[in-house]
Design a protein around this ligand. Structure first.
Ligand SMILES: Nc1nc2c(ncn2[C@@H]2O[C@H](COP(=O)(O)OP(=O)(O)OP(=O)(O)O)[C@@H](O)[C@H]2O)c(=O)[nH]1
Length: 346
């Protein structure tokens, strides 16, 4: 049965550097009954997307856009994806939704995405842009903003800045001063905090940023990315023990933590066969694994995605193999460099 389509689709862009907590916030927000009318589009920097599997949403609610950083190589795909979802919704093929969250990859500069949304003639009539919510890691945020122009750009366009991981560390005065310098006018909140996660994504946002960027066409060639960033996706042919795996990832984080921007994955361990571990590392920090009762999709392979700066795939493979003696096999076609070479080819 066809449902009546709403007049305008409320859209929020959720951004923040790699590992700042975007998927965690989305997971919490989607548990709220108030989010039943909200679809999410998830974009990741690597070919092998995982976040859409980790968001516990109704299957029809979360849509994946992997295959590259949304702001450069796939910029125009976002308009196509939204148009397609609206058509499917209006034909009754997917669940009715009245709101949309676009989670950008952690490396995205949101400005070209905002421009793409505003410049599309059809979308201009059907979208009601709410604003940009930017997450900043209270622990790693200052260093990240200083080293990566993408992180500064994400802060600069925010309508709301959410400082995450404040249960672990309070943001220092240097970070707060840097945020003031980049964007003093955005609403600023702490996470975890007293706010409803769903409300943080929609309530009280202004569309000032959208209007500002709609007026500034983005030049071809896309935004600048930090040089030397690349992704590497690996699958494991045999399950490692938890100890070996911890030593392998820990060894890499100890040696190259500053340039190990992000690692995430799904791993089956030989000494814990009753669960699948969701692995997260952000620079020097390796997070306690979360456990799933079963594989979240048909793919039963243990897999890890790395996003690194100035680390060659061979160095990662050698470090992992030294500590965890199982085969780590690169996924063909996913040792991509993100940066000038890809941008120029767009
Ligand atoms: N202590 C604490 N940990 C958090 C918080 N938010 C996120 N994390 C942890 O940080 C790690 C990365 O969080 P994600 O939500 O995957 O980050 P993300 O921004 O989606 O990462 P990318 O998609 O790679 O850009 C996970 O281990 C989370 O559990 C927080 O507020 N407090």
């Amino acid at each position: 049965m066809l449902s009546a389509a709403p007049e305008k689709l409320a859209v929020t862009v959720l951004t923040g550097f790699l590992g700042s907590g975007k998927t965690t916030l989305l997971q919490k927000a989607l548990r709220s009954p108030g989010m039943a009318d909200t679809a999410v589009i998830i974009n990741e920097a690597g070919e092998m997307g995982l976040d859409h599997l980790l968001v516990e949403a109704v299957e029809e609610q979360a849509f994946q856009m992997p295959g590259g950083c949304l702001c450069c190589i796939r910029r125009l795909d976002i308009a196509t994806t939204i148009r397609r979802l609206i058509e499917q919704r209006d034909r009754g093929e997917i669940a009715m939704f009245r709101r949309l969250v676009i989670e950008t990859s952690g490396l995205a500069d949101p400005a070209p995405i905002l421009y793409t949304l505003a410049a599309d003639p059809m979308l201009g009539h059907v979208l009601a842009f709410q604003g940009v919510v930017t997450l900043v890691d209270a622990l790693a945020g200052l260093g990240t903003i200083e080293r990566h122009p993408e992180a500064s750009a994400q802060v600069a366009v925010a309508d709301r800045i959410l400082l995450t991981k404040t249960d672990v560390a309070q943001p220092g005065s240097a970070l707060l001063g840097r945020l003031d310098g980049l964007n003093a006018w955005a609403d600023r909140r702490m996470l975890p905090g007293g706010d409803e996660p769903a409300a943080l994504l929609f309530d009280g946002l202004s569309s000032t940023a959208a209007r500002r960027f709609a007026a500034q066409p983005v030049t071809e060639g896309g935004p600048a990315h930090t040089a030397g960033i690349r992704t590497l996706s690996l699958v494991l042919t045999r399950p490692p023990t938890r100890f070996d795996f911890a030593r392998a990832l820990g060894g890499l984080a100890t040696r190259r933590g500053e340039d190990l921007l992000r690692a995430k994955g799904l791993i089956a361990f030989s000494d814990r066969p009753d669960g699948i571990a969701v692995i997260h590392a952000v620079q020097h920090t390796i997070y306690r694994p979360q456990w799933l009762d079963a594989w979240p999709d048909a793919d039963r392979r243990s897999r890890l995605v790395f996003i690194v700066r100035d680390i060659e795939p061979d160095e990662i493979l050698a470090c992992l193999a030294a500590f965890a003696p199982v085969a780590w096999t690169p996924v063909p076609g996913d040792t991509a460099k993100i940066g000038s070479s890809l941008t120029a080819a767009a």
